[in-house]
Design a protein around this ligand. Structure first.
Ligand SMILES: *[C@@H]1O[C@H](CO)[C@@H](O)[C@H](O)[C@H]1NC(C)=O
Ligand SMILES: *[C@@H]1O[C@H](CO)[C@@H](O)[C@H](O)[C@H]1NC(C)=O
Ligand SMILES: *[C@@H]1O[C@H](CO)[C@@H](O)[C@H](O)[C@H]1NC(C)=O
Length: 541
């Protein structure tokens, strides 16, 4: 029952610090907020980004943005009107021709400048993420950083977009391919990574020559608005990126609009299946990264110290709100005896508002999310799991209204329990036991999700066997969260993915481009002599 003690550094002040920060930041980069941002009686409204301008929506439907640590309203976001959404797509469509015909070197230059601007503003973007999403500042910086790596990778577009050539198929005849952009592409992003996931989408698409319509999560739009401003500063022409806000109507609009050629989605299974079906039906390419249940298999020969630290970090970091959270541990054989030590380590984590010094994990995104997580813990207790550490009743001093759940460990869990079958998306580690490696593999392969998994062992043969037999798209060997760097692709599989081309890396380029294959014959006898050019050619533009 030990609720994890929170070390809040004077809560009331913490609350004020947030407001203070808002006041400061509006001076720095206010362009996406309305001028009402400045009046003390009202909270800022988020603008739309249409055709290179940050514009106030004319809608009369607004959604509140809450600080998850206090549940105070820190902003409003509009549900864009039909005509605003139409204007955004029209702007993407209009700018496509110019952008796709802009030389690849010029597009690359935009993203070379962009990556520097993101680095220069990383701390400011992170503060916005913590304010709206709740994660700790250190975690928020990681969020921006992992997205930044995709932008850096997008800068190697000149190699990524190379086609193929097969010369002399028959006499004087060659076949070669071009990779060409698709047109207008769209992205629908979730609340858990306000910077990283949008950055998985539009930079790769745009550097390939597409124009892009983004719909961020209505809970955390701030980071994307900031990123859009920076992209404009980096020299992306007006209309190459447009941003709309909203909920279901905006999603349906994107799934159905005839001018949108491809949709990238990351989020829940229910939404992902829906978007995949609906988007595909309307003739679009869709890639949908969805829910997960990631298992960490702990072998008794593992390096204990390292393994327990990794498990605790990967299960409870970001309050478990990442689809790559290691939410399930399978202790094999003697490794069962490590449970008490695992609990001790989890107890030491400090739960606090994300902007407080020393916080290890912050709040969940909403009161509903907290309720759902608590219900899943309840169900575990009811169905026979042992609640070894219980974060349900945690109180965080100074942030009594926040959506906090402390680290929770459910042991003796069986695969037929609800807490195992559902993705919890909170700081809850579900622990199963197995007698052998084969038994562990069987459990994982029976689970519908295939996002990520890890094995902890010092035996290379065990790791090799595991990697070979486990049916999951991303595997870590003594690495708890095996999210690949962008020169590889994000390869979640089975129930965790719909579509056939993954995010970023070579697959990302494939997703956002189409091939044109040319077979040409130039008869040798038609060749003429030309005067050689003596000046070194410079390309670009
Ligand atoms: C066309 O693209 C170039 C190069 O990116 C840019 O400088 C120019 O502003 C664009 N023109 C329009 C009308 O968007
Ligand atoms: C897997 O995890 C990532 C990263 O947390 C998440 O965005 C995604 O939705 C999950 N599913 C798949 C298939 O990638
Ligand atoms: C799980 O299965 C066991 C044995 O097959 C059974 O006793 C138990 O009631 C089941 N639990 C749930 C929650 O279905």
């Amino acid at each position: 029952m030990a609720a994890v003690a929170a070390v809040a550094v004077r809560g009331a002040q913490g609350g004020r610090r947030c407001c203070l920060w808002l006041r400061i930041s509006r001076k720095v980069t206010p362009s996406w907020h309305s001028s009402s941002f400045f009046s003390s009686s009202s909270v800022p409204t988020t603008k739309l980004f249409i055709d290179g301008k940050f514009v106030e929506s004319k809608t009369n439907e607004w959604i509140d943005i809450h600080n998850p640590a206090t549940n105070e309203v820190v902003g409003h976001v509009p549900k864009a009107t039909q005509s605003e959404m139409e204007a955004a797509v029209a702007s993407c469509k209009k700018s496509f021709q110019n952008w796709s015909e802009t030389s690849i070197l010029s597009r690359q230059q935009v993203f070379l400048r962009y990556q520097q601007l993101i680095k220069d503003n990383l701390k400011e973007i992170s503060k916005l993420i913590t304010l709206e999403q709740g994660k700790t500042l250190a975690d928020a910086e990681g969020d921006v950083f992992r997205g930044l790596q995709v932008v850096e990778h997008a800068c190697s577009v000149t190699s990524l977009m190379l086609g193929e050539t097969l010369p002399s198929i028959t006499k004087d005849m060659d076949t070669y391919t071009y990779r060409l952009p698709l047109g207008v592409c769209a992205g629908i992003a979730p609340f858990n990574f306000p910077a990283m996931i949008p950055l998985w989408m539009f930079p790769m698409a745009m550097v390939c020559g597409n124009t892009f319509l983004m719909k961020p999560s209505e809970r955390v739009p701030g980071a994307l608005m900031f990123l859009a401003k920076l992209l404009q500063d980096a020299g992306a022409p007006d209309g190459t990126l447009n941003i709309i806000h909203g909920q279901h109507e905006a999603v349906n609009f994107i799934c159905e609009h005839p001018d949108i050629k491809a949709i990238s989605f990351v989020g829940s299974n229910q939404a992902g299946e829906y978007i995949y079906e609906r988007g595909s039906k309307h003739g679009k390419r869709v890639q949908a990264n969805m829910g997960a249940k990631n298992h960490g298999v702990v072998m008794p020969d593992a390096n204990k110290e390292n393994t327990l630290n990794q498990l605790v970090g990967a299960a409870f970091g970001a309050a478990g709100q990442r689809c790559m959270a290691l939410s399930t541990a399978i202790l094999v054989g003697e490794a069962k005896q490590w449970l008490p030590e695992l609990v001790e380590r989890a107890k030491k984590l400090r739960v606090n508002a994300g902007d407080q010094p020393g916080a290890d994990l912050g709040p969940l995104i909403s009161p509903q999310a907290k309720e759902r997580v608590c219900q899943l813990i309840d169900s575990g207790a009811k169905e026979g799991a042992n609640v070894l550490l219980d974060g349900r009743n945690i109180r965080v001093k100074g942030f009594e209204n926040g959506n906090f759940v402390g680290p929770t460990i459910l042991a003796k869990v069986k695969p037929n329990m609800t807490c195992y079958k559902e993705e919890i998306f909170g700081p809850v580690l579900v622990v199963l036991e197995a007698n052998t490696l084969d038994e562990a593999i069987e459990i994982i392969n029976e689970n519908p999700y295939g996002n990520g998994t890890a094995i902890f062992t010092t035996n290379g043969a065990t790791a090799r066997k595991y990697s070979h037999l486990v049916d999951v798209g991303q595997i870590g060997v003594n690495v708890p969260i095996p999210v690949p760097l962008p020169m590889f692709s994000f390869t979640g599989s089975r129930g965790s993915f719909r579509g056939d081309t993954n995010f970023y890396g070579k697959q990302g380029v494939q997703f956002y481009t189409q091939l044109k294959t040319i077979t040409s014959q130039w008869k040798e006898e038609d060749a003429t002599d030309a005067k050689p050019a003596v000046v070194m050619p410079t390309m670009g533009n």
